[in-house]
Design a protein around this ligand. Sequence first.
Ligand code: URA
Length: 439
Amino acid sequence: MKILDIIAHKRDGRELTTAEIRWFIEAYTAEQIPDYQASALCMAIYLQGMSRRETVDLTLAMAASGEQLDLHDTIPFAIDKHSSGGVGDKTTLVVQPLVAACGIPVAKMSGRGLGFTGGTLDKMEAITGWRFDMDLAQFKRQVREIGLVLAGQTAALAPADGKLYALRDVTATVSSIPLIAASIMSKKLASGADAIVLDVKVGSGAFMKTVAEARELAQRMVDIGHDAGRQTVALLSDMNQPLGYAIGNALEVREAIETLHPDGTPPPDFWAHCVEVGAHMLLLAEAVDSLEEAHGRLAEARDSGRALAKFRAMVAAQGGDVAQVDDPDLLPRAPHVAAVAAPRTGYVSAIETDGVGIAAMNLGAGRAKKGDPIDYAVGFHLPLKIGDKIEEGQPIATIHARTAAQIPSATAELLSALTWSDEPVPPMPHSHGTVESQK
Ligand code: URA
C-alpha cells in the first residue's frame, strides 16, 4: 500500500477501505510515514469528511495502536464518562465518587487541560501530595479496594491519537468531527470501557458552539460506541456559562467537596448536571431501572456521606492530604482576593464563557501552552447566571489572584465577558437533550 494513493483517494472524495485506514495508522505509529504526508491526509479528511464506517475503522485502528486495557479480571463491568471540556467543569470529581458510592466501580483515566478548559488531573493536583501516576497493578488494586481510581492517561494508550492530535493541532485540522470523534473514542475504547456516557458541551465555552454541531459530534461518537460493541449515550449540556460558580483548580476542588458534602449547598446547575451524568452511568451499568430511581440513589449517596467518604478514600490512596478534604480552607489559597461590583443595573443576557476561561488562564489557573506551570490557588468565584437581575454596585464575583497587580486586568476581562439587558432574560437550559445510537 502507498500513502500517496490513500491521500489521493481521500482528496478525490473516495471512501477509504478498512485495510487502507489500518495500514495508515499502523505505519504512522511506527514512524514509517512522515508528518507532511499524514498532515495532507488529515486535511483531506477535514475537507472530504468520513463515512460512519470509515470513522469506526479509524477509531478501532487508533485504539489498537498501543496497549488496550481489560479490566474484567477486576470488575465485571467498566463504566466511563467523558466530557468534551468546558469552563468550571469539575463534574468528574463529583460524579465518580457518587457513582462509586452507589456500588458501581469507576476506574477512570483522565488528561491534563490545555488552554482555558482545565483538566481533571490539574484540578486534583491542587490537593497537596495527590498523584495520578501509578502502574496497572495499583490501578486495579485501588478499583478492587475502593471502587474508585483516577489515573493519568498513559502515553501507551492509543499512541496514534497522541501523534495525530499533535499534528492536527499545528495543521488547522483539529475541528473535524470524524477526527475529534475518533480521537476521543479511541482513548475510551483502549481504556477498557464497556459503557460510556459522553458529556458533549455546547456554547460559548465549548469546542462546539451550536447545538447542531454538538449533536453531530455526539451522534458520531455514540455510533462509534455502538459499532464497537459498547453501550454509549451522549448528553448535550449547556456551556454558554461556566458550570457551577468556581473557576480555577483549588476553587473547583472546594466546590466539588461542597457538592459532595451532606451539609453542603452546591450550585444548583452543577448538582443537577452531576445527577444527570451519574444517572445515565447507573442506568448503563444496569444498577437501576430508570433515571428517576438513579436520581434517588445518587441523592442518597450524597446525603448519607458515602460519596464524600469515597472521594476521601481515593485522595488518601493516591497520596493526597485528606485534611484538605475535611477542611477545604487548607487547600491552596490566593494571597489577593477582591470582589467585583456590577457596573450597572440589569439582567445578565450572555456570558462569553471562553473569555472567562481565558481570564482565569491569564491569572495562572490554566496553561497557554503545554508544560506551562499552573497556579492552583487562583481563579474566580462567579455566582452569576444568565437571566439574573443585578443591581449596580452589587458584588457579582470574587477574584483570587497571586498579585495585587493582576486584579484590575482580571476585573476588566471578567466584566467584558458579560452582556447586559434592560429587559428580563430567560435562564439558559442546562441540557439540550441526549443522543443515542441510530443502530
Ligand atoms: N479532545 C480529544 O481528545 N481529541 C480531539 O480531537 C478533540 C478534543
